[in-house]
Design a protein around this ligand. Structure first.
Ligand code: BJW
Length: 231
């Protein structure tokens, strides 16, 4: 086995203290998703949407990678074959743990996107509506977040990786949001073995060859040990 694709979701950051979306006490419990996470919501009430992401960006300073992020970073350093970690998360805990072969398909809290020219720039402070783009100078910077109805980032690269994968591993995601929820089927169609690591079975659990249930901070380091021992 040479080529591994790993999909991560909010569950991998839960033990770092970042709320998931759909659980009890979830991120959107106090907000209707359509109030914060669609282009129409951004157009209707930019202050609300910007504030929601400002609070989450500021909260990154108080959290740290956990054993699951650290284990994936260890795998990234040690694995000689192809590896791609596709995260749906907009936090920066994978990179702070040291993962390099990583992409953020749903955007990043620490990035701003110009709605006028499409330029992206690193952003670590609050982002008030009307902030000015460094490239085109339009006052159109918005959180660099993929809202419902928008195309996730780097889909071509993800599809390529899935089509070549020998193993697809999904960690801490509910399988409720597409296209990520469909990756397991794409990987299977191309002959990959599939493994799910989650606290509870995801919506797409039946598509996986194997499911291991438990906290990511325990399951992921154990799986990484196993895969590095058998490589
Ligand atoms: C633990 C744990 C622990 C807890 N250890 N595990 C009808 C059918 C099909 C599709 C559609 C449809 N209608 C509309 C669509 C498309 C739509 C969609 O999927 N909607 C669904 C609601 C049905 N998708 C889109 O619009 C996407 N774009 C798109 O489709 O473009 C067209 C296209 C077509 C073809 C190819 C390509 C593109 C865009 C989706 C954007 C999603 N954005 C968000 C917000 C990001 C910003 C933010 O953070 O605010 O991304 S939504 C939100 O959900 C966020 C997440 O990344 C995403 C997934 O959530 P995740 O990570 O799975 O979290 P939870 O909370 O759901 O689950 C946590 C899991 O962790 C659980 O399973 C727990 O058990 C587990 N867990 N603790 C291990 N300690």
């Amino acid at each position: 086995m040479r080529h591994i694709v790993i999909l991560t979701g909010a569950g991998i950051s839960a033990e770092s203290g970042i709320a998931t979306f759909r659980g009890p006490g979830g991120l959107w419990e106090g907000h209707r998703v359509e109030d914060v996470c669609t282009p129409a919501a951004l157009a209707r009430d930019p202050a609300l949407v910007h504030r929601f992401y400002d609070l989450r960006r500021a909260a990154l300073a108080a959290v740290a990678p956990n054993a699951a992020h650290n284990a994936l970073a260890r795998l990234d350093r040690a694995w000689r074959g192809e590896l791609l970690i596709v995260t749906q998360n907009v936090d920066d805990l994978h990179e702070r743990a040291g993962a390099r072969r990583l992409l953020h398909m749903h955007g990043e809290l620490r990035s701003a996107l110009c709605a006028s020219c499409g330029a992206q720039q690193a952003w670590s402070e609050a982002l008030p509506p009307g902030s000015v783009c460094a490239d085109c100078h339009a006052p159109e910077l918005r959180p660099d977040i993929v809202f419902f109805g928008e195309m996730p980032y780097q889909m071509e690269r993800i599809d390529d990786a899935l089509s070549q994968a020998d193993l697809f591993v999904s960690i801490g995601t509910s399988g409720a949001v597409y296209p990520a929820a469909g990756f397991v089927r794409l990987a299977r169609q191309h002959g990959a073995a599939t493994l799910e690591l989650n606290l509870e079975r995801s919506e797409g659990s039946a598509w996986f060859d194997e499911t291991r249930l438990g906290p990511a901070g325990t399951l992921v380091p154990a799986w990484v040990d196993e895969i590095l021992e058998t490589a």
